[in-house]
Design a protein. Structure first.
Length: 107
């Protein structure tokens, strides 16, 4: 019975750590760039777009498609960075726990 109580305590502790980590990720802001810095996207850890900066040299009629592609690439860069930070935080928090390989947290 003691093992069960100890396990329940660890579950509660893990839940509190997960909630804290999720709050940190939600508050996280990452910056993604494309085109050598011509387009910059600022995004939250949850993937919400917060800001967009475009170098004025890109404002030419025939460059619209390039600009659209650069915006998408900058957003992807920021999203990838946010996912990397989240994976690192999750790995740190779950170190030593018997979690199956490939299981993604938070659920």
């Amino acid at each position: 019975m003691r093992d069960l109580m100890g396990m329940m305590g660890k579950v509660k502790e893990m839940q509190a750590k997960m909630e804290k980590m999720q709050a940190e990720i939600a508050a996280l802001e990452v910056e993604g760039k494309s085109g050598g810095g011509l387009v910059t996207v600022i995004m939250t850890g949850k993937g919400d777009l917060r800001g967009l900066k475009i170098d004025p040299s890109l404002f030419k009629e025939d460059d619209v498609e390039i600009l659209e592609d650069l915006i998408v690439a900058a957003h992807k860069d920021a999203k990838d960075k946010a996912e990397t930070v989240m994976a690192e935080k999750t790995k740190e928090m779950t170190a030593g726990l018997p979690i199956p390989p490939g299981m993604k947290l938070p659920f």
